[in-house]
Design a protein around this ligand. Sequence first.
Ligand code: ZN
Length: 155
Amino acid sequence: MQDDLQLSQHFRLSEFTVSQAATRAGLRNDPSSKHVENLRRLAGVMEQVRQLLGQPIFISSGYRSPAVNAVVGGALASAHMRGLAADFTSPAFGSPLKICRLIADSTVAFHQLVHEGAWVHLGLADGDSGTWRREVLTAFFEAGASPRYMRGLIG
Ligand SMILES: [Zn+2]
């Protein structure tokens, strides 16, 4: 068990590693030091998002080990497995769609922003040199199928 590091002013490591799915499946979800480094960068971006919203943020999924990612049906190359993505809500601010609209119109340097219905997914690119793709998508979920993604924010 790693120490619960304070990654940034408002975010602790455990907020990015606690996983109900992992607990239910009896899986560990321990990031490597490289992943923690990525999570620290991610926490820095999440601070910008928090400032933008002016409200607390609840992270439902941050880092996912490959086993945990498989259990939750995450994408094979999911940025969550590298500690570079967070799924979150901010009920005090408003709906995930409202959050997405604000981030999409901001200067926050994200790689991928996805409106996933019940939450927001924000992903970063590997490395600092990364071109920030600022790709904005909406995910549609159907039982027993992979999610479909469409460009833009569709409410
Ligand atoms: Zn996600």
